[in-house]
Design a protein around this ligand. Structure first.
Ligand code: ADP
Length: 263
């Protein structure tokens, strides 16, 4: 029997999770040259919540995820994760705080020369110092969760895009992050592979207490999993609220225009 379907997932964290505010951006400004991409942005995400960023292309959504992942630095402002400064902060602290955050990218970014299993165990062994056995046991659990138990000895090139993305999700979770950042994780996939990836993410949202911050164009997915939706335009949050409010009763003209173009 193939296990290439997603299994129900009942993940219990080993360490107590934070409660209350987990991510905070205060007066964050990011410029590229003279283009201000994020303009004095304030927002926060509470632990365990699923927050989705929507808005037109170029409005700064991915930049926020990249700032949290420390792939970029703000020009101004303060970023705090679980009560600790991520920016500005000394390098050693940045490395510690960074471990609380996992990210899944649009383009999977798996290590092409490693098997699926090794893709998942590499960072827990080298960064967290887990034993190889413990990391492999955890990787097998995660592969079951994403429906890829049969594929653990394969290399990424032997998998479909949807399967690769599910490995990337397992790899991010293997680090036991408190926050999972999802950057348009289905936009590089063939249409028939999108549902399998979104189903895995729905399971994770439903059955774990991980905090999720998603950038997505999949509005039905956003409606299903989000506690809060933030509508961005030109580097600012122009409207925020429950999915019911944003999708059914948007207040802002720009939100209405955007939704009528994508729905
Ligand atoms: P979104 O995710 O909402 O589509 P992004 O955060 O990717 O928007 O990009 C916001 C703006 O910042 C865009 O105009 C984009 O061209 C610009 N931008 C993003 N990254 C860079 C970069 N590394 N150098 C220059 N401009 C960038």
């Amino acid at each position: 029997m193939s296990t290439d379907t997603h299994a129900p997932f009942d993940e219990k964290p080993e360490t107590p999770r934070a409660t209350g505010e987990l991510i905070r951006l205060e007066r964050v400004t990011k410029r590229f040259g003279d283009h201000t991409v994020l303009d004095n942005l304030d927002f926060s995400v509470d632990a365990g919540k699923h927050v989705t960023l929507i808005g037109p292309s170029g409005s700064g959504k991915t930049t926020i995820l990249r700032l949290l992942m420390t792939l970029l630095k703000p020009d101004e402002g303060v970023i705090t994760v679980d009560g600790q400064r991520l920016f500005p902060a000394p390098e050693k602290q940045v490395r510690e705080v960074r471990k609380k955050i996992g990210m899944v990218f649009q383009q999977f970014n798996l290590f092409p020369n490693m098997t699926v299993l090794r893709n998942i165990t590499e960072a827990p062994v080298t960064v967290l110092g887990m034993s190889k056995d413990a990391a492999e046991e955890r990787a097998r659990e995660l592969l079951e969760m994403v429906g890829l138990t049969d594929h653990l000895d394969k290399h990424p090139a032997q998998l479909s895009g949807g399967q690769q993305q599910r490995v990337a999700i397992a790899r991010a979770l293997a680090m036991r992050p408190q926050v999972l950042l999802l950057d348009e994780v289905t936009s590089a996939l063939d249409p028939e592979l999108v549902a399998g990836v979104l189903d895995v993410l729905r399971d994770i949202a439903r059955s774990t207490d991980i905090t999720m911050l998603c950038v997505t164009h999949e509005m039905n997915f956003a409606r299903d999993i989000s506690d809060q939706v933030l509508m961005f335009d030109s580097g600012r949050v122009i409207e925020a609220g429950s999915p019911e409010k944003i999708f059914n009763e948007p207040e802002h003209d720009r939100t209405r225009e955007f939704l009528s173009a994508v729905l």
